[in-house]
Write a protein that binds this ligand. Structure first.
Ligand code: BTN
Length: 325
């Protein structure tokens, strides 16, 4: 990704890890005047960065704002496409709605729409999604794979594996995947995924992968009614998580597993998904639109359909349901 001058200055300050960076050196390297450097630093301060000027030595980055802006995510990015175009909103109704609009207007493959706070966050089955300000990762990724529309739901499973891997890398803790798209820690929901499709009859135009990760909330941030159902990475690990780093890691694994899926099909993803699943092999209750079924979840098909073996031995394919373990 082509970095702006502001991003270049910031990445030098970050790389210095608390040591002073000479203003003259910055000016020489970026081929701009020292006055311009000073203006950029003032701009960063207005965004919440605390920068100290140390006489005769240069500028020291003292603290960074806890935001998931483009400037904060970019230094961690290691992808070729995902996140190369970032649209950041301090507040919005739903990143999913914005991404849908941007996708229709032609936003490129890999565009990331991300926010600090959603006023109308959406979950599966038309539920609302609680998105506490500055505490979570609320983002939607626009991807444009050349696949047939009926394969699009598999990207929910690709995403679940990618986010589980990212969380494991960043926190050292392993989440479990509850079919189709919930990530749980200690039995409580830490992440939800909402995959939406824009397509013609035989061709995907875009898939919008909406990801909500509860990151730095304390228990009290959740409504009392969901405190026994929801958790955050901070609650489970006891440590604050660097949200921009987590976002970049999710994009890294999403790109990696999407590429594997496109090149080698669903089989390798399915194996990974099953290894993280807390649904397979368990007795479950599945609430469908018109009925509730009980049985043992014996696996998923290559299309990501859950296979439920009922007590009379019949195997039913579950396409969409609420699962109770
Ligand atoms: C679910 O578990 O029901 C899915 C929740 C998905 C929430 C995310 S947060 C970012 C994106 N924007 C939304 O409005 N929803 C998704």
């Amino acid at each position: 990704m082509k970095m702006t001058i502001k991003e270049k200055i910031l990445s030098q300050l970050l790389a210095a890890k608390g040591e002073p960076v000479s203003g003259q050196k910055l000016a020489d390297e970026l081929n701009i005047s020292r006055t311009m450097i000073w203006k950029y630093l003032k701009g960063l301060e207005e965004e919440g960065y605390v920068i100290e000027a140390v006489k005769k030595k240069g500028y020291v980055l003292q603290s960074i704002p806890d935001v998931v802006s483009k400037e904060r995510i970019s230094p961690y990015l290691t992808t070729s496409h995902l996140g190369q175009n970032i649209m950041y909103y301090p507040i919005c109704d739903s990143t999913q709605n914005i991404a849908a609009e941007k996708a229709r207007e032609g936003a490129p493959h890999g565009t990331l729409v991300i926010t600090e706070e959603q006023t109308a966050g959406r979950g599966r089955l038309e539920r609302s999604w609680d998105s506490t300000a500055n505490k979570g990762v609320w983002m939607s990724v626009i991807i444009r794979p050349e696949i047939s529309p009926h394969l699009a739901p598999q990207f929910t499973l690709v995403s679940a594996v990618a986010i589980t891997k990212a969380i494991e890398d960043i926190t050292g803790c392993v989440a479990e995947i509850k079919w189709p798209n919930d990530l749980l820690m200690n039995g409580k929901k830490v992440t939800g995924i909402l995959t939406e499709l824009q397509a013609e009859m035989d061709r995907v135009q875009s898939i919008i992968i909406g990801i909500g990760v509860n990151v730095n909330q304390e228990v009290e941030a959740f409504d009392v009614s969901i405190q026994s159902l929801a958790t955050s990475l901070k609650i489970e690990t006891g440590s604050e998580v660097n949200r921009p780093e987590l976002v970049a890691k999710i994009l890294y694994y999403l790109e990696k597993y999407s590429n594997i899926y496109i090149e080698s099909g669903f089989e390798p993803i399915k194996l990974l998904w099953e290894s993280y699943s807390c649904t397979i092999g368990k007795r479950i209750r599945a609430s469908l639109l018109k009925e509730t079924l009980e049985g043992v979840a014996i696996g998923i098909t290559n299309e990501g359909v859950l296979q439920l073996q009922l007590d009379d031995g019949e195997i039913r394919g579950i396409y969409s349901a609420d699962i109770h373990l």
